[in-house]
Ligand binder design. Structure first.
Ligand code: ZN
Length: 129
């Protein structure tokens, strides 16, 4: 494992970005990963552009998990802040692996992808208008 990325993950785990709850939100959803005991919830607040809720204005995550799931949530929320939600919906597992920058064992894949799954579920709950 590359030591830079390894350190980056540990830093995000110890001091996660965007950890907490939002006062105003458009949607939230939390997911469990029973294999590891992770539970990550996402809350988003969107901004209107051209008459539609389109831009991630603010995002926070909550819950608890292992270093990989928490670091993945921290890095993901940093990335999507200010993004168009249509682009966020298109983020894939490969994007997460690129952001984390490490090779993951099969049991850790679920941990790494849990925040993205929770985010996609959250976005699917946003009502257009
Ligand atoms: Zn985990």
């Amino acid at each position: 494992m590359d030591s830079f990325y390894r350190q980056n993950i540990l830093d995000h785990y110890k001091n996660p970005c965007n950890f907490g709850r939002l006062k105003d939100k458009h949607a939230s959803y939390s997911l469990d990963n029973p294999f590891c005991g992770d539970r990550i919830g996402m809350e988003i607040k969107l901004k209107i552009e051209n008459g539609k809720l389109k831009i991630v204005d603010d995002i926070k995550f909550y819950g608890e998990g292992c270093a990989i799931s928490v670091a993945s949530a921290s890095i993901l929320t940093e990335k999507v802040k200010g993004m168009d939600i249509d682009k966020v919906k298109k983020l894939t597992a490969d994007d997460i692996f690129d952001l984390l920058g490490i090779k993951l064992t099969p049991t850790r894949l679920k941990c790494a992808l849990l925040p993205l799954e929770a985010l996609h579920k959250t976005l699917s709950l946003v009502k257009e208008s």
